[in-house]
Write a protein that binds this ligand. Structure first.
Ligand code: GLP
Length: 266
């Protein structure tokens, strides 16, 4: 994995936005995997800024979100399909029907999961997948214990995730849905480039575990150690428990300029 701890954490959204804009420049019909949560918000703000400045267009691009709560009405403000629209896609020029989310309100959940996987495949697979990180090491809603070979499916959320996400439901944990549809770890691993963003002291333990610990279903994000092109963007607070952080800083600072984190075009 390419672990980047910029001196100035304001560079995190810039580095991620550079990778996405470079991808779209070479491949306007790129497929972008979007994540909800607070970690990618500065990235989305940067992409909106670049769109408004005429530097990037998403008109030909397609997007897939990672996950969706089960049990929320489709017009609920915290349904992830609405969150991603409010935070990002409605502010740029994605085509109306080009942003996809798992169908959390589907009657036939297994069929909806299969259809979501098929839709991603029909689109040609994900070029760049943005990821956040749960404090328990989850990515998307793949909670500890998730099969490293998992595909899009229904997951029961861990108590810690319910606690973490209660802040989006007026702090009331009883209002957080207990289940979600989520892309599986194997689904995420098929993205050609993954960019995980983790910031703040609450992520430090999970970061150390997934970057430097064993690959284990107990820490689902650790599966990214097997990914051929995974970029991990950290601020100092999230990086503070890493044993090899000095090496990661050195490697990034001395990297040849031509060796950017840019996309691998398949
Ligand atoms: C939720 C989402 C994840 C996200 C995580 C961390 O559980 N399903 O995709 O990565 O929250 O969110 P945050 O970035 O707000 O800490």
């Amino acid at each position: 994995m390419e672990v980047i701890i910029p001196q100035d954490s304001a560079d995190i959204p810039v580095i991620a936005a550079d990778a996405i804009c470079s991808l779209i420049k070479h491949k306007p019909h790129a497929v972008i995997g979007l994540a909800t949560g607070s970690s990618p918000l500065p990235l989305y703000a940067e992409l909106i800024r670049r769109y408004e400045a005429g530097e990037v267009s998403f008109a030909e691009a397609t997007a897939f979100t990672l996950d969706e709560y089960v049990g929320l009405p489709s017009d609920h403000s915290q349904a992830y399909a609405n969150v991603i629209r409010q935070e990002f896609t409605a502010h740029v020029d994605f085509a109306d029907d080009a942003v996809h989310s798992p169908h959390g309100a589907a009657r036939d959940i297994p069929a909806a999961c299969r259809e979501y996987e098929a839709l991603i495949n029909q689109a040609g697979g994900v070029d760049i997948q943005i990821l956040g990180l749960g404090t328990d090491g989850h990515i998307a809603f793949n909670e500890p214990g998730s099969s490293l070979g998992s595909r899009t499916r229904l997951k029961t959320l861990a108590p810690r995730t319910l606690e973490d996400n209660a802040r989006f439901f007026d702090g009331d944990i009883t209002r957080v849905p207990t289940q979600a549809l989520t892309q599986g770890l194997a689904t995420i691993m098929e993205a050609r480039h993954v960019i995980l963003i983790a910031t703040g002291p609450g992520k430090a333990h999970a970061v150390q575990q997934f970057v430097e610990g064993p690959v284990s279903a107990a820490c689902p994000a650790s599966v990214l150690q097997y990914h051929p092109h995974a970029t991990v963007l950290l601020d100092e607070a999230a990086a503070r428990l890493l044993v090899h952080s000095d090496y990661y800083r050195y490697a990034y600072a001395t990297k040849p300029g031509w060796q950017g984190i840019g996309p691998q075009l398949g």
